[in-house]
Design a protein around this ligand. Structure first.
Ligand SMILES: CCCCC/C=C/CC(=O)SCCNC(=O)CCNC(=O)[C@H](O)C(C)(C)COP(=O)(O)OP(=O)(O)OC[C@H]1O[C@@H](n2cnc3c(N)ncnc32)[C@H](O)[C@@H]1OP(=O)(O)O
Length: 400
């Protein structure tokens, strides 16, 4: 996701672009959002306002689409007053989101809007400054990974999803980095590999903005590329040679849940939930869950999750066999890591060979299922049902 960028100063007018600012699907092309700052904005805090407008350009961190929409709306209100343009059509998604945000401000006075804009930017600056001071965490990252933190200790390689502000939603970059991390972990001298999430979520599943970055070949090409990426990604889990452990620190959604059927141990905090809202999104199961879930929990319970999107608590997921053990959140990390450190000292070759024997029974089948699920999803992603569901998500997010 591109950050807010500055296009430069032009003839008495500052122009700020939020490149690929608002992630919507159909027509799956995201134009640049332009904010033109006219010199005519008047009022007591005009100077502060202009200065805030300039400070937005210097933010080190993308403030996210919701905030960008707020900035846009407040800017329009501050400079033009109440929303005075016709509502864009349903499928003009970007402009509709911007219009909704502006319109939601009603008759807010221009001066108040200016002040709110200044306050918002000031808040963003302080959080951007303080987050840029958190150097030690960044330094711990193994080189080459932007979205993951990977560490190796006590013969355990830990792969931590690291987009806490986005609930560890999986971007295409993240899928690729996870594949690289698995490849590296399969060859390093660790005995077991652990997945977990940074922050309050394990993962909110596929990042829905993945649907917005459309190549020149259009949405068909996008769907095809995504299906290939999905298939390769899941194949890496099917083929992973060492014991694979999920330390589910919080809620898990979508593909982060389905893929658990390919893990060897799933430890969950009692805060964790397990949710696969595929029908709600006009989508269908992946991660081999159409096979592993009925096998693990029986067809009836699998249907509740995969077709009807029933969200399970950690206790329910344990009762249905998806989770190996549930721990109180207060002692989760301590108990799980003590357990894993003990396991990691077991004879490495015996563990790896055992995993191979167990997996080899159905490896071929899993690859075939993965291919089929990916093929079906490629079609689903082009459906109105799916596009409308993704649009709904971002429309909800765009409301002020
Ligand atoms: C290669 C392609 C492979 C594709 C494989 C297919 C997989 C299928 C799936 O995984 S389906 C599941 C998709 N995920 C979802 O539908 C979850 C969507 N998110 C939510 O419903 C909510 O965000 C939540 C319930 C996870 C958390 O709600 P909460 O109110 O606590 O927090 P926010 O909504 O404010 O979220 C904080 C910011 O994170 C952004 N975000 C969260 N999840 C996603 C996501 N999946 N995709 C994109 N963005 C996400 C959210 O937009 C907020 O961002 P903002 O601060 O900029 O507004």
């Amino acid at each position: 996701m591109a950050l807010v960028g500055v296009s430069g100063r032009r003839a008495g007018c500052y122009c700020l672009r939020a490149v690929r600012s608002l992630p919507f699907c159909s027509p799956l092309q995201v134009p640049a959002l332009q904010l033109h700052i006219s010199k005519t904005a008047m009022g007591a805090c005009q100077k502060d306002f202009e200065s805030a407008v300039n400070q937005v350009k210097l933010l080190k961190k993308d403030p996210g689409n919701e905030v960008k929409l707020k900035l846009y709306a407040l800017y329009k209100q501050a400079t033009e007053g109440a929303c005075n343009t016709p509502k864009p059509g349903l499928f003009d998604l970007i402009n509709k989101a911007k219009w909704d945000a502006w319109n939601a401000l009603g008759n807010l006075p221009k001066e108040t809007a200016r002040q709110n804009y200044v306050d918002l930017v000031s808040g963003l600056r302080s959080s951007s400054d303080s987050s840029s001071q958190v150097k030690p965490e960044a330094d711990k990252k193994r080189a080459g990974y932007d979205t993951l933190v990977i560490t190796s200790e006590d013969c355990i390689t830990k792969i931590m999803l690291n987009r806490p502000a986005k609930k560890n939603a999986l971007t295409t970059q993240m899928y690729r980095e996870i594949m690289l991390a698995l490849e590296a972990a399969s060859k390093d001298d660790s005995t077991i590999t652990v997945f977990t999430g940074n922050g309050d979520y394990y993962s909110s599943g596929n990042d829905l903005t993945n649907f917005t970055d459309i190549p020149p070949g259009g949405i068909e090409e996008k769907a095809k590329n995504s299906a290939i990426l999905l298939r390769d990604f899941v194949d890496c889990f099917i083929d992973f040679p060492k014991p694979l452990v999920a330390v589910v620190n919080g809620p898990a959604v979508g593909i982060s849940v389905t893929i658990l059927g390919l893990f060897d141990l799933v430890y969950a905090s009692d805060r964790a939930t397990f949710h696969t809202p595929f029908s709600h999104l006009g989508q269908t199961p992946e991660g081999c869950s159409s096979y592993t879930f009925p096998k693990i929990m029986g067809p009836a319970k699998a249907v509740e999750m995969l077709i009807f999107g029933k969200k399970l608590t950690a206790g329910e997921a344990y009762a249905q066999g998806l989770v190996t053990e549930v721990f109180p959140d207060s002692t989760f990390q301590k108990e799980v890591w003590t357990r894993l450190k003990a396991y990691s000292k077991l004879p490495q070759n015996a563990m790896h060979i055992s995993k191979q024997i167990i997996r080899n029974h159905e490896k071929e089948k899993l690859h075939a299922i993965n291919a089929e699920e990916s093929r079906i999803l490629q079609e689903r992603w082009l459906s109105d049902e799916c596009m409308n569901a993704v649009m709904d998500f971002f429309s909800r997010k765009a409301k002020l």
